[in-house]
Design a binder for this molecule. Structure first.
Ligand SMILES: O=C(O)CCC(=O)C(=O)O
Length: 275
């Protein structure tokens, strides 16, 4: 799948893109089934009572079938066009969200480095917890950032609710839609249920220079499973590695290797499958 020049410009200008109905209903069925298996079997899904968010990192890595999302021509097309075809898969989380998520970015990189692919598994509207973004906030020199405002304090500071920030966009979604955003883009969700299902795939540029590799290492310090408190013995599970066709391995190689250097005490050394 190729992105048009307009889509690439839109992403560059606003820091997000939405892909309605990217996955067919029959695909959505198995995606939800596998997601539930991961949350219930590997995560704390069984004890989710809605009082707080239940999260697991990673998510697709625990399912051979969900791992194939990393081989999917639509995902590969979108991600390669934005990040280059040697992008790294930087893990991802699976959630039963509960309640609001305030405005925040996932990073503050000086140029495009990392994106999040977000799969929401329930129909969501602006009033029931859909993702919202502040378009253009991925740019460090945008007024969203330079103003120094804490957009979560808008009621006190500006007399408006954080749900009513002018210019914010509510990305209403149905299962099967995909939302992609730059890690720098401010995002939030308001009014959701106490069991809002969502998982992500985080992807970033492969490091080719000393500076690029240092940025990958910095990413691993903040975003890999162990950085979120999930000690799985490395960057990835055996499932995602051992079921990988050669093309997928390209996206796993660098983080697998760098994880052992960045988190030596939390890496159980295992051979990387041969490319
Ligand atoms: O859907 C949400 O509540 C927000 C998701 C989010 O903040 C994230 O994935 O970084």
């Amino acid at each position: 799948m190729q992105l048009s020049e307009q889509q690439l410009s839109f992403f560059d200008t606003f820091g997000y893109l939405a892909f309605p109905e990217l996955f067919k209903p029959e695909e959505v069925s198995w995606i939800i089934e596998e997601f539930e298996m991961v949350l219930q079997t590997h995560g704390e899904g069984k004890s989710h009572d809605g009082s707080k968010r239940t999260i697991i990192v990673p998510t697709i890595d625990y399912s051979a079938k969900l791992s194939t999302l990393l081989d999917d021509s639509r995902i590969l097309g979108i991600s390669s066009e934005i990040l280059g075809d040697d992008f790294n898969y930087g893990s991802g989380d699976g959630n039963y969200y509960s309640g609001d998520t305030g405005w925040h970015p996932d990073g503050g990189y000086p140029e495009l480095f990392a994106i999040k692919l977000a799969f929401y598994l329930d129909p969501l509207t602006r009033d029931t917890g859909c993702l919202r973004v502040l378009p253009g906030s991925h740019r460090l020199d945008s007024s969203w950032r330079t103003s120094g405002q804490d957009w979560n304090q808008s009621q006190d500071l500006l007399g408006i609710s954080p749900t009513e920030i002018p210019g914010a966009v509510a990305l209403e979604t149905n299962p099967g839609d995909l939302v992609v955003f730059n890690h720098n883009t401010f995002h939030a969700a308001f009014g959701g249920s106490s069991r809002r299902r969502m998982f992500t795939m985080n992807l970033h540029k492969r490091g080719h220079t000393e500076e690029g590799i240092a940025r990958v290492d910095g990413y691993l310090k903040a975003h890999c499973p162990v950085a979120h408190g999930f000690k799985i013995g490395g960057m990835y599970t055996d499932i995602i590695l051992d079921t990988a066709p050669p093309e997928r391995l390209k996206h796993l190689e660098q983080c697998h290797e760098r994880h052992a250097l960045v988190h030596p005490n939390d890496t159980i050394l295992r051979p990387f499958p041969t490319l």
